[in-house]
Design a protein around this ligand. Structure first.
Ligand SMILES: [Cu+2]
Length: 482
């Protein structure tokens, strides 16, 4: 009995340990997922090559200590002459990887756990496709067959055109013999013009009906100025739309209605000053109204007098990601200098400037609802373009040329999720300028929330100077004294 009891107890302890360790494994992989998506996805994915190689099964390729060393500072590691490090570097055209010197060993381990978990997911999928081998085979067969059919169709289409061409030339020869044309080309062309008009207009209506609702402009704007912006867009669309319909109908209808006729002579009508005056003045007035309204809106949106009320956030663009810098309690961004950019200090913030002491750098853009915000843009390498489609915000991000955009977000992420009936919806910050091979990776989440939630989140983010640059400073001092 005693022995049984003991076995029961030990197995209970074992079970608890297993559950706990599994739990903590899941947790580290979870933490790793977050770190990975915030720091690595601009260059890496599990299965495809982006800037760096795919990381699938990288935990099998190297031991943990090697990966930790690599992630913390790959350049130093390569310089130290490690054979494996030099090899990856050379295989990847010597593109330097960002160093993550601030990561703890545990953080890198959690990323490895995540990569491991993701790597192990993939074989399951391929096993599934292996078991359905039969299906895959028949699938390739059908594609082969449909390839064949496609070619047959192309050939028969060409043959058809040749046959029609031959028939037409026979008909024309017949007409020559009879002395009277057997095909009335003028009539055919007239009807083709009319058909083109009707089909074209139907296509326009279809396109508007099906695709407009898929564009971001069909959604409620999430900023104060977005409402004016949308109304201007719609007014322009309606005016140009009316002009489009009127001119196209006239163009094609006249082509059909007044086609050549042997019984009618064209009227000679060289000019009419009154008419020309009217069709110059009306578009000129309409365009002036549109342009003036546009100018007014633009100067309201870019009014620098709003600066005092607005919260300052820096948006830093580089190949291929974004970083945000929050000005902290003083609402002043610390000075920056490209010469200070480095492993510890990606944004080149000057740690000696008192305004940088409370600056915070993050990978997500968090905004307070109803609070005017001025985004100050800075680029590290090439021209990028910050695009926040839901807020109707877009601004070039140019190296050496500060740009900014002031706006007020009015709809929180949660409210927008309800409006769109999509519980996973998120606002985005995109790059809208093709800036290099991984341009499409410049895609970061934007979260609009209450001031309360915002401060709660901000308080969990590390301060830039205290955490990173201070260490960098002491490091460089240590180096200098060496
Ligand atoms: Cu870009």
């Amino acid at each position: 009995m005693k022995i049984l009891n003991r076995i029961q107890k030990t197995s209970f302890i074992f079970a608890t340990l297993i559950v706990l360790s599994l739990g903590s494994f899941a947790q580290t992989a979870d933490e790793g997922a977050k770190l990975f998506s915030a720091n690595c996805t601009s260059c890496h994915s599990i299965n495809e090559k982006i800037v760096g190689p795919p990381l699938k099964n990288v935990h099998k390729k190297y031991d943990e200590a090697w990966i930790i060393k690599w992630v913390k500072n790959s350049q130093e590691f390569i310089k130290s002459g490690d054979a494996k490090a030099v090899k990856v570097y050379e295989e990847n055209n010597k593109i330097p990887m960002t160093s993550f010197a601030t990561f703890t060993d545990l953080q890198v381990k959690s990323i490895i756990a995540y990569v491991k978990a993701e790597s192990e997911k993939a074989p399951v999928a391929s096993a599934a496709s292996a078991s359905s081998n039969v299906a895959t085979d028949s699938e390739t067969e059908t594609t082969d067959l449909s390839d064949c059919i496609n070619w047959l169709m192309v050939v028969s289409f060409l043959l058809l055109i040749i046959v029609i061409g031959l028939m037409i030339s026979i008909l024309e020869k017949l007409g020559d013999i009879k002395g009277k044309p057997s095909i009335n080309w003028i009539r055919i062309n007239g009807f083709l013009l009319l058909a083109f008009l009707i089909l074209g207009m139907a296509a326009v209506v279809w396109e508007f009906y099906y695709h407009t609702k898929l564009t971001v402009n069909a959604q409620t704007p999430a900023s104060a100025h977005g409402v004016i912006y949308d109304s201007m867009f719609n007014i322009t669309l309606v005016l140009t739309g009316i002009m489009f319909v009127v001119t196209q109908v006239l163009l094609f209808w006249y082509g059909y209605r007044y086609k050549h006729s042997d019984t009618r002579k064209a009227l000679y009508y060289p000019d009419n000053h009154k008419l020309e005056f009217i069709w110059t003045i009306i578009p000129a007035v309409v365009l002036t109204v549109l342009v003036v309204r546009g100018l007014q809106t633009w100067s309201a949106i870019t009014d620098r007098n709003q600066n005092d009320k607005a919260q300052v956030i820096e948006v830093f663009g580089y190949q291929f990601d974004w970083k945000m810098r929050y000005a902290g309690a003083d609402n002043k961004l610390g000075a920056h200098d490209f010469r200070k950019m480095g492993v510890w200090n990606e944004l080149g913030v000057d740690p000696n400037d008192s305004a940088s002491k409370d600056d915070i750098v993050t990978s997500e853009l968090h905004l307070k609802v109803g609070q005017p915000v001025v985004l100050k843009f800075r680029a590290k390498d090439v021209i990028h373009s910050a695009y926040l489609p839901h807020f109707r915000v877009q601004m070039n991000v140019v190296p050496g040329l500060p740009t900014q955009f002031i706006f007020t977000p009015t709809v929180t992420t949660n409210q927008m999720r309800e409006i769109m009936k999509n519980p996973t919806f998120d606002y985005v910050l995109l790059c809208n300028k093709i800036c290099g091979s991984a341009h499409y990776r410049m895609n970061r989440k934007v979260i609009v929330e209450s001031a309360e939630d915002y401060y709660k989140w901000l308080s969990t983010q590390p301060k830039l100077v205290a955490e990173n640059t201070a260490t960098a400073e002491s490091d460089s001092k240590a180096l200098a004294t060496k």
